[in-house]
Design a protein around this ligand. Structure first.
Ligand SMILES: [Zn+2]
Length: 396
């Protein structure tokens, strides 16, 4: 049991026990224990607690409280506690019992609806959640904001990006100034999702419109440049593709590695060897991640030969040794490609690296093998980055 839950439970117990033993027995029975079995419920609840069944114990304590404005918070807290402990069905049952109660006013019923929305979302009952979220759009501001945030979760799960964008626009009107950027980043990614879908069907103009919306929401979203680069490349607008992809250096250089191959391919399609060479040299002048260095070494090996590639690698390896660079060094140092020791070593290395995470979320630390814009660990957008974006400085 989490410490917070245990603490809440103990507080409830202490409050009930103190009141019972301090001479207010009669008054308490009238006010809080309207049912004749109230004292019995207390001991049943205590028994559940002693038998390490805290949910049943709280449920029993709470069921001894009638539903009214004074006790609503306790009932809502129970629903919340059950949901957080994964007992979603029990949580929904608590809210539904409250919902059926006619003593609650309109604002109180909205709080119950909000609790029910959260439990529906947790249970995956998204249609039901969506219906209640629509109803709560006219609720008091605080409840409305909480409901809209639940709406964001629902539409993300359903991949209903247009609806999710509408929710963000509502939230941008209501949120605090320091929350704006977070919502804009999300909306920017929602537009990117729409753009990628259009790109899949080669609807280039519509995809460009969505990318423009995405940039309006957050101009430093690297993903907009990567998609635009791909879009221009597919349309054989290679100069435009390069222009879009080079922008990543100023947006967030950690992602340069994601654009490298496409930039090389664009220069090659333009047969612009000069600019390609300058691009490689400019990369070598800047701090470099291991992955990007390996990509450059592979490119140099394919264009200028093994000796040049080995020369570059041996210049760099001392300042930031890694297992990937050492593996490459052994391969490049062998006299022939078919050298059995080097090939064997390379196989072992590849198997080892196959299981290694290449990306990590900067928000929750979740490790991933592929780039995900939405972190599966914390549900935040745009925090997953290449893991070796810790970069080595170029040697002077
Ligand atoms: Zn995360």
């Amino acid at each position: 049991m989490e410490f917070g839950n245990l603490f809440l439970l103990l507080l409830m117990l202490i409050a009930l026990a103190l009141a019972w033993y301090s001479g207010y027995k009669t008054q308490l029975r009238v006010k809080y224990f309207p049912h004749k079995n109230a004292n019995k419920d207390y001991f049943i609840g205590l028994n559940y607690l002693l038998n390490d069944e805290p949910d049943q114990s709280i449920d029993t304590f709470i069921s001894s409280l009638e539903v009214n404005s004074n006790t609503l918070e306790s009932h809502l807290a129970l629903g919340d506690l059950l949901r957080r402990r994964g007992k979603v069905d029990g949580s929904i049952a608590v809210y539904q019992k409250l919902f059926a109660n006619s003593q609650l006013n309109h604002a109180e019923l909205n709080q119950v609806k909000l609790g029910l929305v959260k439990s529906y979302v947790a249970a995956g009952l998204l249609d039901r959640a969506e219906k209640l979220i629509d109803e709560l759009k006219v609720a008091e501001t605080e409840v409305k904001i909480a409901a809209l945030n639940q709406g964001l979760i629902v539409y993300q799960l359903e991949k209903e990006w247009q609806k999710a964008i509408m929710v963000v626009n509502d939230l941008l009107k209501l949120c605090l100034p320091n929350q704006r950027l977070g919502f804009q980043i999300r909306a920017s990614h929602f537009y990117c999702e729409l753009a990628e879908k259009e790109l899949e069907f080669e609807h280039y103009n519509q995809a460009k419109k969505y990318l423009s919306n995405a940039k309006d929401m957050e101009r430093n979203n690297v993903r907009t440049s990567l998609i635009l680069g791909r879009l221009e490349f597919e349309q054989e607008n290679y100069k435009q593709a390069i222009k879009a992809l080079l922008k990543i250096s100023s947006q967030d250089p950690s992602y340069k590695v994601e654009a490298f191959d496409l930039i090389i391919a664009s220069y090659q399609a333009l047969h612009d060897q000069n600019k390609l060479q300058k691009f490689i040299e400019s990369n070598l002048q800047e701090p470099l991640s291991t992955t990007l260095l390996l990509m450059i070494i592979a490119y140099i090996k394919s264009t200028e030969g093994k000796d040049k590639a080995r020369q570059l690698l041996f210049q760099r390896i001392a300042s930031s040794p890694s297992i990937e660079l050492l593996g490459q060094a052994i391969l490049l140092n062998e006299k022939t490609e078919s050298d059995s020791t080097a090939v064997k070593f390379n196989q072992i290395l590849e198997e080892f690296l196959e299981n290694k995470s290449r990306y990590q979320c900067g928000s929750c630390g979740f490790d991933l093998k592929n780039l995900h814009w939405l972190c599966p660990g914390c549900n935040e957008w745009g925090f997953v980055k290449p893991i070796d974006s810790i970069i080595e400085e170029p040697k002077s």
